[in-house]
Design a protein around this ligand. Structure first.
Ligand code: SF4
Length: 217
């Protein structure tokens, strides 16, 4: 299985200050089951080291500004984000893990500032936001949330279910295959696909739903 991961979480010295944020769950545990496709839109745009950036709301639009000079870097970061997005789109991804709190990679965890310097709240980072739009069904998490045992288990189930479903689809299954895959021992995989990724597979099971309504267990 292939996962896309923020490069700094893999231990690459690619942060604005030349440091990294290696995450041992990813590099030491998930690596036994997955190959990683790294990405870093900021390194691609500005190199390393580089001035840090932040999200700023200006006239109801979100912009990216240099913390050092105040220069508007939105267009440059969007360009590199598009390039990284195309790279990810060419891979058979089963999920993405983002670095939390980053103005590029954070999932609703990047600080959003007003022009007067006050923090207004938190938002998606620039790159994370376009990934969310491009891959609406793909499991996504950030490393900070994966420290929570339940969220981690949930994410791991999602990526394995996604992988199983993609492999099954790749066999060009007939309707008969779909039926065989469901009511036997693989039912659990259906439930994972169904419950965690919002695929609407219910029509395929129409004849399996009892007349008194769907099973509740
Ligand atoms: S958080 Fe994202 S943009 Fe920042 S260093 Fe890590 S991969 Fe690059």
């Amino acid at each position: 299985m292939t996962l896309a991961v923020s490069s700094c979480l893999l231990g690459e010295h690619i942060r604005f200050d030349g440091g990294h944020k290696r995450d041992r769950f990813i590099t030491d545990e998930l690596s036994a089951f997955a190959d990683f496709t790294p990405f870093c839109p900021e390194h691609l745009a500005f190199g390393t080291p580089r001035p840090s950036v932040r999200l700023v709301r200006i006239d109801d639009a979100l912009r990216v500004q240099s913390n050092k000079s105040g220069e508007d870097l939105t267009d440059t970061l969007l360009q590199s984000s598009d390039s990284e997005l195309e790279k990810l789109a060419s891979k058979p991804l089963c999920g993405i893990i983002f670095k939390s709190k980053s103005p590029s990679c954070g999932m609703k965890s990047a600080k959003l500032y007003l022009e007067n310097g006050y923090c207004e709240g938190k938002e998606d980072g620039v790159f994370m936001h376009i990934c969310r739009e491009r891959f609406p069904l793909l499991p996504m998490e950030e490393e900070g949330r994966l420290e929570d045992a339940w969220l981690r288990e949930n994410f791991v189930m999602q990526i394995f279910a996604y992988d199983a479903y993609e492999r099954f689809k790749a066999t060009n299954p007939s309707i008969g295959n779909w039926e065989m895959w469901s009511p036997t021992g693989a039912t659990i995989r259906w439930r994972l696909c169904w419950g965690y990724t919002n695929w609407d597979l219910k029509p395929l099971f129409h004849e399996k739903v009892p007349s008194n309504g769907p099973a509740t267990s």
